[in-house]
Design a protein around this ligand. Structure first.
Ligand code: ZN
Length: 377
């Protein structure tokens, strides 16, 4: 477990060093310099510029003598087009360092730029595991939401705008050298954003705890993440001024990201992606909606894969449902724009998702349709 500190810390089971400190963004320049940066690209989105975080980051880099170019054109669910625009700036400016500042989208887009700048080709070439052959530029990740845990992961999720495929490009070389967890950055986010990203982090803790790929390190990460996130999520929404609750959320999301890196996810993520692709439902809403039903589907009297978190499936499912209700998040198809008539198509799409292969109970199209039907009504 990490505690707030002005020094870089390491976690057993994670290769990423962490600065966990309120106001830690002001140390970005000195940390980047120590990692060898002279010419950096800062990848972010317009909302982060508006919040004033980019100005603070740029000032810290300037004070450390690092010349920085800004790419602030990232959008939600970043596409190959977003990556291409960042790549053009990075190539022209001949950078030797990359920084991702923002939600999962900014961090993933920064990783995408790093893939193409150092290894050439197009994002589609890296869809899968360890497809890059050359080393990549050093990278610092700074999350401004407590959500994806992308700063802890070596995966870039980049969407192909033509096929709408969310391509998971995994490569250990994309891992951040350092993640800066600064709770000042999550103080100003709108409640809706905090709710959608926080439930995603909770889903990561739950799904990684039961994955067929879990190991001792991931189980410890999942358990700690669940305790922090389930204990502080609702309070962090209702009392955004509560720095301790925000601290629990930011650390919990990071630990859940560390768990994914060791364990992978499960059926709630497999079912969520087609809901996002078909109906445009926000990732956190889609995954939260599916989660209690996946927990019930995976649990029975003789088999309860979530035992690291709660004593039985019904207790866990009800806890998640009460969290969804308190956070005003969708619990049924009718609460968002999902249409039950699409269940056959959704089930076929979900069955091809990579994350479905790590679900603790075997999944085929009929089983997935059954879970969607539970969530629809
Ligand atoms: Zn997720």
């Amino acid at each position: 477990m990490l505690y707030p500190s002005s020094a870089l810390q390491s976690l057993p089971g994670s290769r990423i060093r962490v600065l966990f400190q309120p106001g830690g963004l002001s140390q970005l320049g000195s940390i980047a310099k120590a990692e060898g940066a002279t010419r950096a690209l800062l990848v972010t989105d317009p909302g982060i510029v508006e919040a004033g975080h980019v100005e603070r980051a740029m000032r810290s880099l300037y004070n450390a003598g690092i010349v920085t170019r800004l790419y602030d054109g990232v959008g939600e669910n970043p596409t190959t087009d977003h990556v291409a625009r960042g790549l053009a700036i990075a190539a022209k400016f001949q950078i030797d360092f990359i920084i991702g500042l923002g939600g999962g989208s900014s961090m993933d887009c920064a990783k995408g730029v790093n893939f193409l700048l150092t290894n050439g080709g197009k994002m589609q070439d890296y869809w899968g595991v360890n497809k890059a052959s050359k080393p990549m530029l050093p990278f610092i990740a700074i999350p401004t939401t407590a959500g994806t845990g992308s700063e802890a992961q070596s995966a870039a999720l980049i969407t192909d705008p033509e096929t709408h495929n969310k391509m998971a490009c995994l490569d250990v070389k994309t891992s951040a050298r350092v993640a800066i967890l600064d709770t000042d950055l999550t103080a100003t986010q709108p409640r809706k954003v905090a709710a959608a990203t926080g439930i995603d982090a909770i889903s990561h803790a739950v799904e990684t705890s039961a994955s067929t790929n879990r190991n001792d390190a991931s189980r410890a990460f999942s358990r700690q993440a669940w305790q922090l996130l389930s204990g502080s999520f609702v309070r962090s929404l209702d009392h955004p001024e509560d720095a301790t609750a925000r601290q629990d959320m930011l650390l919990g999301a990071h630990l859940a990201g560390c768990a994914i890196e060791n364990s992978m996810l499960g059926a709630a993520h497999a079912c969520a992606n087609p809901l996002t692709a078909t109906f445009g439902i926000v990732h956190g809403h889609a995954v939260g909606l599916m989660l209690p039903h996946v927990v019930r589907f995976n649990s029975n009297n003789s088999h309860f894969p979530y035992a690291d978190l709660e004593p039985d499936g019904e207790t866990l499912a009800r806890k998640i449902e009460s969290i969804l209700t308190a956070a005003h998040l969708p619990r049924r198809f009718a609460d968002c724009t999902a249409d039950p008539a699409a269940i056959p198509d959704l089930a076929h799409a979900a069955a091809t998702q990579w994350t479905a292969t790590f679900n603790p109970r075997k999944l085929g199209v009929p089983e997935i349709a059954q879970i969607y039907t539970m969530a629809a009504h």
